[in-house]
Design a protein around this ligand. Structure first.
Ligand SMILES: [Zn+2]
Ligand SMILES: [Zn+2]
Length: 358
């Protein structure tokens, strides 16, 4: 089958004859992929290594590179193990990407996203950027007939920020500031709106992303490279700072800025995947009683299910973020490489099915 395979840093290949997935295990479904988005962490894996194991197998999946990349997928169920009851062949589904153990302390509490032994399908095991892949059936959420499969593939990144909004306890009337305007930042704007923010301020660096920030629901878009932006920000927050700040910038200065922009008693939600120490003002955090909150992932029965709902009922329209749709054969150069080179690209979706491109 056709697949995009991650071999290691700076080594991603289109494979026209990759082996089909192993036979289904209990509880699994086989999916014919419709769409699979390219994620910022996929690019991090390619640039310097991030999540996909390169030098030793993942302790739970037993897998390491080379493996099929892609964890933001949608598709059609083509087969299920005999014990599966929630989906059947022919069902159109959006899919959460976490396989959890079911018996650790966190799973017992229903906190599957925090499972100590979790496996991300597309990062720790073969993912969705291929014609077929296997996934736990509980991760499959059926979508309404009228919901397009390309839109459904965006439920995963939206769910990241639905969780961030929940963890940051965004409440009716809050002013929410979102630092960064990539996919995650743009969905942060949308999630803040859904959660009832009265005002959403996007901190972007101009260009197309700033335009899309408005389309995703930002009331104000400030360019932190332009003099006077901080004065404007303080005016917009009546001199106090923001009730909640989402850090979606993907770098150390953005994290520092997110903490600085929070008001006294404000909450900062860190969503950046970055394996580095970040210097912060302990005085600012202590004196102003700011709360710094981490947020990672999402789970099939909470944020992911809600994200599918928000996309299905139109509360979140991700269309402005989809800057291209490409066939799997062209995904390396026309997808991954282009996302690195062209800042006007935001979300590129890949399909192994030419019919989807029509
Ligand atoms: Zn992702
Ligand atoms: Zn567990």
């Amino acid at each position: 089958m056709k697949a995009i395979v991650f071999y290691g840093i700076e080594d991603l290949r289109y494979e026209p004859d990759w082996a089909e997935p192993r036979p289904l295990r209990a509880g699994e479904a086989r999916i014919a992929t419709a769409w699979c988005g390219i994620c910022g962490t996929d690019l991090e894996d390619l640039r310097e290594g991030a999540i996909i194991p390169i030098d030793k197998p993942h302790p739970e999946s037993g897998r390491m590179a080379p493996l099929v990349i892609g964890h933001e997928y949608s598709g059609v169920v083509v087969d299920v193990a005999p014990d599966v009851t929630n989906v059947k062949p022919g069902d159109r589904v959006a899919m959460e990407c976490i396989r959890y153990c079911g018996h650790c302390e966190f799973c017992k509490r229903g906190e599957f996203a925090s499972c100590v032994y979790q496996v991300s399908i597309g990062q720790h095991d073969d993912g969705g950027m291929a014609e077929y892949f296997n996934i736990p059936a509980y991760d499959c959420i059926k979508i309404p007939d009228e919901m397009p499969l390309d839109i459904a593939s965006l439920a995963e990144p939206l769910a990241v920020m639905v969780r961030a909004a929940r963890k940051g306890r965004v409440s009716l009337g809050d002013i929410v500031t979102v630092v960064g305007a990539g996919t995650i930042g743009l969905f942060g704007i949308a999630a803040a709106r859904v959660a009832g923010a009265s005002k959403v301020i996007s901190i972007a660096h101009g260009g197309y992303r700033a335009e899309v920030a408005k389309l995703m629901g930002a009331n104000h878009v400030l360019n932190s490279k332009v003099d006077g932006w901080l004065e404007e920000f303080m005016d917009l927050t009546e001199g106090r700072g923001s009730d909640v700040v989402f850090d979606c910038g993907g770098n150390i200065p953005a994290i520092r800025q997110a903490v600085e922009l929070a008001r006294r008693h404000g909450r900062i939600v860190i969503t950046t995947v970055i394996d580095k120490d970040v210097p912060l003002s302990a005085m600012d955090i202590m004196y102003n009683e700011k709360e710094i909150i981490g947020s990672v992932a999402h789970q099939h029965d909470r944020e992911f299910k809600w994200a599918v709902q928000y996309l299905a009922d139109g509360r979140v329209n991700p269309e402005p973020m989809i800057t291209d749709r490409v066939y799997i054969e062209d995904a390396v150069s026309n997808g991954f490489e282009r996302l690195v080179e062209d800042r006007n690209q935001i979300k590129i979706l890949v399909t192994p099915n030419k019919d989807e491109l029509k």
